[in-house]
Design a protein around this ligand. Sequence first.
Ligand code: FAD
Ligand code: NAP
Length: 581
Amino acid sequence: MRENDRHTATDADYDAVVVGAGFSGLYQLHRLRDELGLSVKLVEKANDVGGTWYWNRYPGARCDSESHIYCYSFNDEIMEEWQWSERYPRQPEVLEYLRFVADHLDLRKDIEFGTEVTSATFEEDTGTWQVETDDGETLSSQFFVTAVGCLSTPYVPDFENRDAYQGETYHTGKWPHDPVDFEDKRVAVIGTGASGIQTIPEVARADIEQLTVFQRTPNYAVPARNRSLDDEDWEEIQRNYEEIMAEAHDDGSGLPFDTARETAADLTMADIEAVLEPRWEEGGWRFLVAFEDLLVNPETNEKVSQYLREKIRGAVDDPETAEKLVPTDHYYATKRPPLHTDYYDTFNRDNVSLVDVTETPVDRFTTGGIRTEDGEDREFDMVIFATGFDAMTGTLLRMDIEGRNGLTLEERWADGPKTYLGLGVHGFPNMFTVTGPQSPSVLSNMPVPIENHVEWISETIGDLVEGGTPYIEPTGVAEEDWTEHNMDLAQETLYTTVDSWYMNENIPGKPTVFVPYPGGVDIYQDTIREVREKGYEGFTLADSVDDLGRRGESPQLGVFEAMELLHADPDMDLADLMEMA
Ligand code: FAD
Ligand code: NAP
């Protein structure tokens, strides 16, 4: 029930319900509760804070963002008191950081842990969200904020006969809390994305008998070159912290790193090596940002990709294995670019082998292991799925969200996500999505867009409360325009040249569409700031739910959709459209 003064216009239990206690949800709770004085309940499925860093405990789990920028910048005390121990923090250290933040801001008392939101319905009579949880409770609130993460629903492919396998199975994104015993085991790892690339060297280093890696698409991994940070490093960071964070927030990728050059298209390979070699030696994502047009100019990208291919060939002893590890079917960074520590070296070990499943597909699981289509049976004591996530939309859609007129998010997004600014959805009043689809999110160092989103949402809720306006919702037209803008921008990039989870392609049956906003964090921030400054351009602000319905368009059918339908079917008339709406 309400703990603070009543600030909002409904008779709900809380002013806001927030879902998820990772980077996003923790900050959202703090802003709404401590700066606006609202009553807020945060619901979290896990038994602790941390989000990604609570669930992903696999061997080798570590940040690819550098520690000093993979953190909040909103609170000077937190920035001064917390000191990272390594250039890239391991999973336990990031988890510890988020625990520290939760304690520092006294957030736990408003978090219901071990509780999953199973549905959220906008009740038109009361104008409130009714949020149901798996313990049978219903929480009502005026505002409903999802902070459920872009990568929080693990995905295991539906391999034939998978359940018949009797050995141990793990998914990197749902790793057990108790230690896993690798001793003398024959281990299979399926998947060579960022999680697989971190897991594989650590498993190989453990006391195993044999490791077999099942690879579908080889990846371009750049060395991380991790190292400890000592007091001197930390003093240096602290001296410049404000400036570093300002640069990160002013950058398209949320990274405070300089680019070397606009393009590589006009350079010879020798020139390119001269630019890239120092960045390769330094390690990390400074390599990624060397050339500004990397993701829009195939000539630049092909040259950088070529450089990386030669590095892989040079690192792996067996030429046949090396060739399998060299990506030739996609441009560098069109799939999320991982960092690595000893990944390629791992394949020089005698007890590590690589199965290229494009050449030798998995036929089925057996009780003892995996049979490939060439008829070979491989026996394993343990299979690790490093097969990724139902990313960006999967967790939201699993929450069974229903907006006005009984329209579900699943129906609304049947052809792919549609949002306005990645922050809200037409037909779903007072719902905000932190790092929602069509926002920069996963294309950047994520704490930056997370802070940006949380602050915008908080300021908006603050404006509504102060102005006595109870409802906000994106218009259908604004949503269509933003969706189209997102698609147009994506078409100008190389991202759309490959199947990836950015394209929704990793989960069978999902509509193919580029999901995150590719225009850059900096431009995006300016855009949403301007929308607010223009009095929430593209949103309907209303005094009642009826008013929302009257002044917004039909949530079922946007104007562009309606025009497309009329255009595609000459027999369709306005009456048919009205009926569909
Ligand atoms: P999350 O941390 O995913 O938190 C969402 C929370 O919502 C989870 O705790 C989940 O349990 C909860 N939840 C979901 N559904 C429900 C429900 N129905 N009911 C109740 N609770 C629910 N990003 C970077 O920028 N740099 C990196 O180096 C980096 N490394 C990563 C490493 C791994 C292994 C992974 C998987 C991701 C990494 N990311 C990285 C992305 C990372 O997800 C974000 O940086 C950030 O942690 C996201 O925070 P979040 O709070 O938005 O989401
Ligand atoms: P991912 O990038 O989706 O990789 C999944 C892997 O499994 C891919 O190699 C994929 O091959 C393979 N795969 C999927 N289905 C398969 C099938 N049926 N048969 C064979 N192989 C299959 O997932 P992830 O590695 O967990 O990473 C997800 C995201 O989390 C990252 O991109 C990143 O954003 C984040 N992450 C970050 C870090 C970090 O920063 N340190 C670490 C881990 C994860 P295809 O490529 O052919 O689809």
